[in-house]
Every structure is written in structure tokens, then in C-alpha cells.
Design a protein around this ligand. Structure first.
Ligand code: TXA
Ligand code: MG
Length: 349
């Protein structure tokens, strides 16, 4: 399949290209598009065959449900059996934006889209290209992140091209992404809403709007035998090709330990990478050392993390050591993704 790649900016957002992308979706095809979190791989959410094509393009197991993206509030009522009061409150506060809500689905949503579940995940993204594209596509776009299954979510169109060229009809290149980590997912079907995946919209921000929320217990721990409620969170995700471990302790001890481990790995003939901060960068020795940004700027770390993991892949790094970062604000989402990328391998010093 020939994949058409087009650059979309403020200048050509009104052009026929967005209409063409919308038509592809309506005809059952697939289009990757930018959102404010990561790039998505879109198909018609109401067409069961489109869902199967998405799973095939990603190489993803089909029990992993998709998020349905909408462009206007009224469309939520089409997808769900009843619009929860908390959904309205959260939408007023955070939509369009990086928040996904799980609600009981209506009959119109095919089980292929929800991985067989009776619930549906819905999000209204804020990226202007995403909104224009969803409207042109008919209003309901199912989209996982536009990476091959098991790879970090793409934050640049070049990574979408790397993973999806030849597998989908079109890629809308909207430049780099603002947030860099996937949306927060909150399950509103439970008595007390549960955060299934942390993101830019934090627990504190949610609590302020709807009161008490819980955190799914698998977010920070790998608990044997406990299935995360978001089926996608159980797969080894966001993983670089190299083997990643996180080192935890005081800054000084972490530096010493990482240097020691890096030296050992190098002696075993391995290519070693280190994920550091701007502040600690100079203290390390290894083949490849990358800074995620200032250790006190969680938003910058979120924006850089997936790109760094991809860069290590490009540079064929075999062993990666990372510091542990702040869990303030979006830092919680950063640590959740980093721990998953490392398969929860943490070395305490
Ligand atoms: O920021 C984002 O959310 C991006 C952009 C493209 O919008 N999308 C994204 O989709 O991250 P994906 O497919 O990579 O992750 C969706 C997650 C999976 O872990 C999936 O299991 C969970 O949402 N999910 C979807 N529907 C669900 C449902 N009905 N119940 C529980 N979890 C659900
Ligand atoms: Mg994903």
C-alpha cells in the first residue's frame, strides 16, 4: 500500500487535504494524525472492519480496546448509554484536551472497537488538526497511538512514517507534539472513578472537579496475577529495543552506581546509553548519554521521554540506565511509562 504523507499547518488546514483524509476514513481506510498528546492511528469507530485494520496495521492483539475521538460535546451522547454527570463536569473542565473517559457504550459502537467490552473510551483532543480531521471523517475516529505494538508512542511524524509507511493510507504531519505522553484515562463506570492511566490531567486536577478518585493499583507496581483494568496496560509497552533499568537512590549514589554498571556492560562489549538530566549529564560516562531536560521541569521530561527511547533504538543502544525523576504533576505519568518501559526493573542503591 502506498502511504501518502502531507504536512498540515495553520496555512493549509482549510485545504482539500483534510477532506481527503476524512473521506479515506469514511471509506474504511486508515489515517495517522497529530493530537496534543501523541500521534494517533485513526479509523472509523463505527465500522467494525476499520477496527480490524487498525489492529493489523499496529500488530496489536484485538482484545485491546481503542479510544474513540470526537470533535464536539453532543457526539458523546451517541456513543454512550447515559451521559454521567461527572462526564459533563470533566468535559467542561478538560475537553478538548488530554483526558479519556470510560463510560457504558451504546449499541452503535461495535464490539470490535471496544475489544469486546461493554464500555467505551472517549476523548475530545484539542489539537487543531485532530479536530478538523475528526469532523471531516464524520465525527467518530477510533485511534490508538500510531506506533507498532510494543514501541514508544510517536511524538514526531518521522516516527509514524518509520512504523506505518506502507501499512496505512495517509499520514497527516502536524509537526512535533505538545505533551508527549498519552492522555489520562479515567473510568467513570465505577462508584468511585478510577484513574487507569496517569497523564497530563493529574489526580489532583480530577479530584478538584469530581471529588475522590482512585488510582488503579497496577500503575506503579507490577503485580503478578492482577490484570490492569485498561487491557492495553498489561502489555509490555513503550519499550525500547535495548534493555532498560532504573536506578534509585540519592543523586550521588545513583551517578556512581550507573557509571559502575555502564563500565561493566561496556566491558562485556555492550553499547550503553544513559538517561540523565541537564544537571547530572556531565557526571556520566557511557557511549550515549541523553538529557531529558531539567530534573525540575516535569513537562519537558514528558515531552522528551519517548523521543529519547526511540533515539536509543536508532543508535542501537543495547543497555540503558536511567535515573528516577520527580513524580510531581505529569511526573507521575512519566514514571508510570518509564517503569513500564523498564519492565519494572529498578535497582536500589
Ligand atoms: O493520548 C491518547 O490517549 C492517544 C491519542 C492518539 O489520543 N491514544 C492512545 O491510545 O494512547 P492507545 O490505544 O495507545 O491506548 C488506549 C488505552 C489502552 O491501554 C486501552 O486498553 C485503554 O486505553 N482502553 C480503551 N478502551 C477501554 C475501555 N473500554 N476500558 C478500559 N480501558 C480501555
Ligand atoms: Mg499506545
Amino acid at each position: 500500500m502506498q502511504t501518502k504523507v502531507v504536512v498540515i499547518s495553520e496555512d493549509n488546514i482549510e485545504s482539500d487535504l483534510i477532506q481527503e483524509a476524512g473521506r479515506i476514513i469514511q471509506e474504511g481506510g486508515l489515517v495517522a494524525f497529530p493530537t496534543e498528546t501523541v500521534y494517533g492511528l485513526g479509523g472509523d469507530a463505527l465500522n467494525p472492519e476499520a477496527a480490524s485494520r487498525i489492529y493489523a496495521a499496529k500488530g496489536r492483539p484485538s482484545d485491546n480496546p481503542l479510544i474513540v475521538h470526537i470533535a464536539k460535546w453532543d457526539d458523546l451522547a451517541v456513543l454512550v448509554s447515559d451521559v454521567h454527570i461527572k462526564a459533563k463536569q470533566l468535559a467542561d473542565a478538560f475537553w478538548p484536551g488530554p483526558l479519556t473517559m470510560i463510560l457504558n457504550k451504546s449499541d452503535i459502537v461495535p464490539k470490535e472497537t471496544t475489544g469486546g467490552l461493554d464500555t467505551v473510551a472517549v476523548r475530545m483532543p484539542s489539537h487543531f488538526v485532530a479536530l478538523a480531521f475528526i469532523k471531516a471523517a464524520g465525527g467518530f475516529v477510533a485511534a490508538p497511538s500510531a506506533n507498532l505494538s510494543g514501541k514508544p508512542s510517536p511524538t514526531l511524524a518521522k516516527y509514524v512514517i518509520e512504523d506505518m509507511d506502507g501499512r496505512i493510507d495517509m499520514i497527516l504531519d502536524g509537526g512535533s507534539i505538545g505533551i508527549g505522553l498519552e492522555s489520562t484515562i479515567i473510568d467513570l463506570t465505577e462508584e468511585i472513578p478510577i484513574i487507569l492511566r496517569p497523564g497530563f490531567v493529574t489526580e489532583a486536577m480530577l479530584t478538584q472537579v469530581i471529588g475522590t478518585v482512585k488510582l488503579d493499583k497496577t500503575i506503579f507496581q507490577s503485580i503478578e496475577g492482577t490484570a490492569p483494568k485498561a487491557p492495553g496496560m498489561k502489555y509490555k509497552h513503550y519499550a525500547p529495543k535495548g534493555e532498560l533499568a532504573i536506578v534509585k537512590g540519592s543523586q550521588e549514589e545513583v551517578c556512581r552506581k550507573i557509571n559502575e554498571l555502564a563500565k561493566e556492560a561496556k566491558e562485556r562489549g555492550k553499547k550503553v546509553g544513559i538517561i540523565a538530566t541537564e544537571e547530572s549529564l556531565l557526571f556520566y560516562q557511557a557511549h550515549v548519554i541523553k538529557s531529558v531536560g531539567s530534573g525540575t521541569d516535569e513537562a519537558a521530561i514528558a515531552r522528551r521521554l519517548y523521543q529519547i527511547l526511540r533515539e536509543f533504538d536508532d543508535e542501537q543502544v543495547e543497555i540503558i540506565y536511567s535515573e528516577l525523576f520527580s513524580t510531581e504533576g505529569i511526573g507521575q505519568a512519566v514514571m508510570n511509562r518509564l517503569l513500564k518501559a523498564a519492565g519494572h526493573k529498578v535497582i536500589h542503591v
